[in-house]
Design a protein around this ligand. Sequence first.
Ligand code: ATP
Length: 679
Amino acid sequence: MRFAEVAAVWSDVEAASGRLEMAGHLAKLLAQVKKDEVKALTNLCQGILAPPYEGLELGLGEKLAEQAISIVSGRSAKELETHFNKSGDWGAVAEWALGKKKQMSLSAEELELNGVYASLVKLAKLSGSGSQEGKIKTLAELLNSASPLEAKYIVRFCVGKLRLGVQEPTILDALALLRVPKVKDKIAGFAPAPGGKRVPVEPKWNYEPEGKKEKELSTADSDASLEFVFTCIDTKSMESASFEDGAKIEIVLEGLAPLRDITVTKIRPVKDRADYYRAVLMGFKKSVRAPLERAFNLSSDLAHVAELALFDYAKVEKFQIRLFSPVRPALAERLSAPADILEKIGPCAAEGKYDGFRLQVHKDGERVELYSRKLEKVTHAFPEVVEAARKLPAKHLIFEGEALAYSKKEKRYYSFQTTIQRKRKHGVAQMAEELPLHLFAFDLLYLDGVDWAVQPYESRRAALEKLVAGQERIEASSIKQVKSGPELENFFEHCLKEGLEGIIAKDPSAPYTAGARDWAWIKLKKSYGALADTLDVVIVGYYRGEGARTGFGFGGLLVAVRNEQSGNLQTVARVGSGFTEEEMVELEKTLSAIKRKTKPAELESSIEPDFWVEPKYVCTVSADEISLSPQHTAGQANGKGYALRFPRLMQMREDKGPEQCTTVAEVERIYSLQKNRGK
Ligand code: ATP
């Protein structure tokens, strides 16, 4: 595939107004991609070279990009900077400069997608002395063959600001869109309820009554509906089946697993053709998307899932957990009262909620890798945990736990502030000696050929306890079986006294819910104001210091949560308290390095801070309550959005990226819990 085609579609994606429209454009690219190009395409579209756990990051400095543009375009640094000061976008500078190239290149060749990808990987791997020159040269070579539009995206990619707004869910949508036509051709019948008697049908994709021009079958704009016309092969079974509006049906597909849980909104006879029916089915694309999403949740490897989806689909449906391909973490729902938890899931197991680093441990014999909550490989940072995992009696293993500083002798848990000192690149061995971490194991996903993730929690826990029994540095999390609200409350109080953050109640019958915030786990945390939980928000802007804060150049943050429907960020608070003096100095330094001239495209905001920043950092904030305010855009309806009252910074969340921040749906849940609390 030529890179020019990719750049042209990216330009459409950038102009698109919603996630589904973006997915539609990407689907066009994915439909044409060759098998050996899938990896390049899926990664580049997300602005990355590889999934986070491979640790291959580009992040070329803007100065280097400027020099490369200057070499290729013949424009002086001064000219380029003047242009940059107007647009704040080195991509736009490259597009302008190459559009007005002074010298013509002799060696220019058309760029291929895989060639561009290979050059970018090469750039990312260049290090050591002389690497600066090597980087400038490699980028200049690429730009030499690029059209102005291609150059715009290459440069943006290199400086880490591709800004397409394409994230993993958008690519999953695009893959699902591509599956729809294939499924359409294969519909062989409906069954009125899962497992019910099948009604065989023959799809008529092109029928349009009253002599209108034949038209392609339309999938409605909605993410989840399909409208089409079919004839009924066996009229009797059609008559006896009940296809009432709202009924759940299953679609029988030739040679594929049935699509379940499709809701019928209409199946009506077509007026002028007694033997034709028009059907509208809801939940259609969702069922197509579900197996893709599952495969992604089990592997976090979108390029691999895309390759299977496009070239070997049967393997998507049979997808299995793989060692060294981290599983996307299961997440907890929240409730604010022990009695509500019992009402929701009945008698359950309550575990202590430890406040440290979540680690997913993968082991194949002597090889051990550790993955963070963000799915980054963090093996190098925790050598004592690696050593302890090697000692476990298992050859092939995947399990999860929370690692924190802990004194076994005193049975004392250290605070997150203490544990976070272990987050460093240098002096790792010394820190591992001084502040060794203890791993509290809480879930088992895979053990010597057995996929435990699909087993109920009760069995997983029993196998996990057996696995870690008698180990020095790894032990199972504390647990109590509870049957009533007061029992759970007692355990919760006990955990708080011990220095834990709260409890997580676990449904004994639930499988491991990879990648989902689900009722399989429910967390109950110590009280933060009137809220059931703290929020993990993305910093999108900051304010200059005034009054006593003038000296720090920092006066507070503008923060946002993610709207999971649109994929956009929406503001929820201006945070002005909770900062120590050191934090203010540190924040000013960190944020001024990622300042931008304009509001990030993926952000909806009606407030303008003193400085916008790249949405990159996440911090935890608490507040007295959530109110509704016209100032903020989070979940805005009737002109009012959710807003935090008296928000304060608790800590930076380095283990979360902007994709893992709190969503609007979660804010809504915390808001409704707060209303119930007040009653
Ligand atoms: P939080 O900020 O509350 O830790 P989170 O978004 O990281 O939230 P949640 O799913 O809401 O994650 O809460 C579960 C988190 O609690 C896990 O990510 C894990 O790091 C931590 N944790 C501590 N103890 C346990 C435990 N016993 N079982 C499961 N998770 C635990």
